[in-house]
Ligand binder design. Structure first.
Ligand SMILES: CC(C)(COP(=O)(O)OP(=O)(O)OC[C@H]1O[C@@H](n2cnc3c(N)ncnc32)[C@H](O)[C@@H]1OP(=O)(O)O)[C@@H](O)C(=O)NCCC(=O)NCCS
Length: 243
């Protein structure tokens, strides 16, 4: 008989409350998100542009704002008790997020319209640029950004990083399907971060730029892209539909 996996990837669903009037559930999820994010900056300061000393000063409302942002999908790797039926986990996402142990996360920011700039001006904090603006109007091509990839040291090497990434890429493809648009996902990683770079390559990302890092000038930053739905394919589909 197959053993049940204690690990599950779930998305923080849209929470029915506002930033100015959060309920207890949203507050708990924001606290757990903040705790894991701060943990990532403490455990692997060399991997991130953000600094623990600065981020720990920021209020919980900043974390809440992030998880409530409709252009930021948060994927969380959970350690779920063995007596929980896997079929119920997605349906009970909020309960599981509140009660279970968070082992990792990844954030998909966007989409913005992909204007094809390459190289792109990636800032060290992509959140504002990639979550700006409302719904796009008939875009031909979408650009998403991956942010905050992290799995806790005790859970590394189990495939959770790759599963988190695959969940995020799946959501980006779905986003493109809504518009019949091409889809490209980008990210930036420090060149010294071999584990993350290999994970990204395994997930289909390719290095498109290698430049001096702005946040940590002693190292280099790699900009990586993953073209999930090429523009050419979208154009061919349009032509097929017209003929
Ligand atoms: C990078 C990180 C997310 C990988 O997470 P993980 O859950 O251990 O990754 P997985 O088990 O899913 O591994 C998937 C693939 O990534 C690569 N990989 C992961 N860890 C690696 C390591 N230490 N060395 C080399 N390659 C590694 C491998 O290709 C691996 O596939 P394989 O097991 O078939 O060889 C994790 O090490 C981490 O959180 N690091 C600190 C934070 C960080 O660097 N974030 C990225 C910021 S850009």
């Amino acid at each position: 008989m197959a053993t049940k996996s204690p690990y599950h990837i779930i998305t923080i669903p849209p929470l029915q409350c506002s930033l100015s009037n959060p309920d207890a559930t949203a507050t708990t999820i924001a606290e757990k998100f903040r705790t894991l994010r701060l943990h990532s900056l403490q455990v692997n300061p060399e991997a991130f542009a953000a600094k623990y000393e600065e981020e720990v000063q920021k209020p919980l409302s900043q974390s809440l704002e992030r998880i409530l942002n409709p252009k930021a999908i948060h994927f969380v790797a959970l350690q779920t008790p063995s007596d929980i039926d896997p079929a119920t986990i997605e349906k009970d996402a909020v309960t599981r997020l509140v009660h279970d142990h968070w082992l990792g996360m990844i954030v998909l920011l966007g989409p913005q319209e992909d204007k094809g700039e390459n190289p792109r001006d990636f800032t060290s904090n992509p959140f504002p640029a990639f979550t700006a603006g409302g719904q796009l109007v008939e875009p031909d091509a979408l650009l998403y950004r991956i942010n905050g990839t992290f799995t806790a040291p005790e859970a590394r090497g189990l495939g959770l990083g790759l599963k988190l990434m695959q969940a995020a890429l799946g959501a980006a493809v779905q986003g493109g399907q809504q518009f019949g648009a091409a889809v490209r996902v980008g990210l930036a990683v420090f060149a010294h971060n071999v584990a993350a770079t290999k994970l990204y390559e395994k997930a289909g990302f390719k290095i498109v730029e290698d430049r001096e890092s702005r946040s940590q000038p002693w190292t280099r930053a790699l900009v990586m892209d993953n073209v999930l739905v090429p523009r050419k394919l979208v154009m061919e589909n349009v032509l097929v539909k017209k003929t």
